[in-house]
Every structure is written in structure tokens, then in C-alpha cells.
Design a protein around this ligand. Structure first.
Ligand SMILES: Cc1ncc(COP(=O)(O)O)c(C=O)c1O
Length: 319
């Protein structure tokens, strides 16, 4: 399998970055995980929007423009020729620089794109056991909205959940409200309404979370943002999680106790995958012109025409 590293397509064994890279040293970077169906990434523009917003927040200049990144991603997928559902991972770091936390002098960002086979999508959704994590997320954390490479709370939470026989951790925030999973956003259902914690609770602005909002609107299902105490989660009709790599995943247990079920979860899951199929087949008419252009760039470059990629600019110095 090939990977893309700073403008070059290289075999996995040669896909390496410097030991002085600040992504490795300090987690000074960002990443995105995208679902690839029929060789096309779902919601590429939205993932690039989040990457760009995060890069702006951290003061890291993307070494390539969005169209170039779309072209590189298309070429990578074409050359790897997996032809099965897969995951695309974009990683951006501030690159190498002088020793110490100061970002001064670190002006050659690193951009890596890797592709990974996706888990088989069973017709029946996998159901996750959730376990409350000891580690808490800072409520209102501005950094939480971006997918930064600082994931130690999530790593500790997932390890703790797995040690207790669970599949995913449920993280609370410092104010004691339920926040999100280690790698997923949280939803619950009460009667006919879907609820999810607000972004201000210190959670990632998940791309799949926003698609769930759209699917609810399209299906005429009410969705509200609300804070909830963990004890109250058990009383909900059903609980589910959302993440790019798996879509919508129902939760079966919370801290060992069985959770309820609702037909709405399967309804939403069907709506979600229908949306993936439809958008992959043709960009929806509601897409903005810039998103349509990006989708077109991706499709043009998927044909394996190197010319498109040759025209993109090489890594440039950031300020
Ligand atoms: C902390 C956290 N929350 C939520 C999500 C889900 O985000 P998305 O739907 O963009 O994949 C992830 C994904 O990895 C995550 O790491």
C-alpha cells in the first residue's frame, strides 16, 4: 500500500517523518479520518473545512491548497486500487523546528495521507458497550472542536473502557455532563426526539454528528442539543454514537447496565448510509459551488491523470 508524504507517494515501509517532527514530539498537529466508498471519500470538503479551521487556530499553514490535497487523495486511492470501502487519514503537523515548545522556526509543515481497509459493514449494526471514563474533558475547551493530535485523554479513556470489557468510553466534562465517546459523538433518544450535547460542552464538532443533524431534518425527526447527567443516560429510550469510520453505532450497555432500544436508531442508520450512497453517486444540488468544484477535482484526478497533480504546488514555507 502506498502513502503520501509531503508531495511523494511512497511504499508504507518508506512512509516516515523526522524524529524532530513536532507532531511526534508534542502532538503539534491535526488529523482527519474519512470514509471512502467506491473510491470516493465521503464529505471530503467538510473534513478539509475542519482541518483548515484547526490549522488556522493553531497557526499552521497547510502546505498545499484544498484542490491539491483532493488531487493527492484521489491519486493515492487510484494507485492503491483497494476497490473496497476504506479509510483515508490526513495528518498535518507543524513539521520540524528548533528544540522547545516555541513554534518559531518550524515553517515546513508535514502532510501525510494514508489509506486503510475499512471494517466490514455488517447489515446489522455493531452494538457498543460504553464505560464511563475517569478522565474528564474540559468544558468549553476551544481546542476540542478540532481534531488535534493531542488525544491522551481519549487514549486513556479507551484503554480504561477496554480493560473493563467495554468497546467505547463515555467521557464526562469537568462540569459533570455527558460529553462524547473517545472517538465518537454521543446521541440519545427520548420518545420521538434525538438529543446530543452542545459543542460548548467541550466536544469535537464531528462531521458525522452534522450528517446526523441533516438526516434528522430530512426524515422530519426532531433533534435538540441538551446537557445530560450520566445517571439520566440510563433512563433514555436509546443511546447511539456517531463517527466517520462506522457511521451510526447503537450502544447496548452503559457501565454494565443494559440500555433500551428504539426503532429510530435503525431508521437513522439507514438514512445515514443512503445519504453516503447518494452523495457518492452524485453531489447533492444543495452543495455549494466550491464544494462541487472540489468534488469535481477529486473525480478528475481519480482517473489517474498525473497531469492534474503535476500542476499542484509543492510544500511552501509557512509564516
Ligand atoms: C473525540 C472524538 N469525537 C468525535 C469523533 C467523531 O468525529 P467524526 O464524525 O468527524 O469522525 C471523533 C472521531 O475520531 C473523535 O476523535
Amino acid at each position: 500500500m502506498l502513502s503520501f508524504v509531503n508531495g511523494k507517494f511512497v511504499p508504507e515501509t518508506r512512509a516516515v517523518v523526522s524524529v524532530f517532527d513536532r507532531g511526534f514530539l508534542y502532538g503539534d498537529g491535526l488529523f482527519e479520518t474519512l470514509y471512502v466508498r467506491r473510491d470516493q471519500p465521503f464529505r471530503l470538503a467538510q473534513h478539509l473545512d475542519r482541518l483548515e479551521r484547526g490549522a488556522e487556530f493553531l497557526g499552521i499553514r497547510l502546505p498545499f491548497g484544498r484542490k491539491a490535497i483532493a488531487a493527492f487523495a484521489a491519486r493515492l486511492i487510484h494507485r492503491n486500487a483497494l476497490h473496497t470501502d476504506s479509510l483515508l487519514r490526513l495528518a498535518l503537523s507543524r513539521g520540524t523546528g528548533p528544540r522547545g515548545y516555541s513554534p518559531r522556526g518550524a515553517d515546513m509543515p508535514t502532510l501525510v495521507i494514508t489509506q486503510h481497509p475499512a471494517a466490514d459493514r455488517p447489515s446489522a449494526a455493531p452494538r457498543w458497550r460504553l464505560a464511563t471514563a475517569s478522565v474528564r474533558l474540559p468544558a468549553g475547551d476551544a481546542l476540542a472542536r478540532f481534531k488535534s493530535c493531542n488525544k491522551l485523554p481519549q487514549i486513556l479513556a479507551r484503554a480504561e473502557a477496554e480493560s473493563r470489557g467495554a468497546d467505547e468510553a463515555l467521557l464526562l466534562n469537568t462540569a459533570g455532563w455527558v460529553a462524547e465517546g473517545a472517538s465518537s459523538n454521543l446521541f440519545w433518544i427520548q420518545r420521538d426526539t434525538v438529543f446530543t450535547p452542545p459543542l460548548e460542552s467541550g466536544i469535537l464538532a464531528g462531521v458525522t454528528r452534522s450528517v446526523v443533524f441533516e438526516v434528522c431534518a430530512a426524515l422530519g425527526i426532531m433533534l435538540r442539543e441538551r446537557s445530560l447527567r450520566p445517571a439520566a443516560l440510563r433512563q433514555q429510550d436509546a443511546v447511539f454514537l456517531s463517527l466517520s469510520s462506522l457511521g451510526i453505532v447503537p450502544a447496548s450497555h452503559f457501565d454494565g447496565q443494559r440500555l433500551g432500544t428504539s426503532p429510530l436508531v435503525a431508521h437513522l442508520r439507514r438514512g445515514y448510509w443512503q445519504r453516503v450512497e447518494t452523495e457518492i453517486a452524485s453531489p447533492p444540488s444543495c452543495m455549494t459551488d466550491s464544494r462541487k468544484r472540489l468534488a469535481r477535482t477529486f473525480r478528475d484526478c481519480s482517473t489517474g491523470m498525473d497531469a492534474d497533480i503535476d500542476r499542484v504546488r509543492q510544500p511552501s514555507k509557512s509564516v
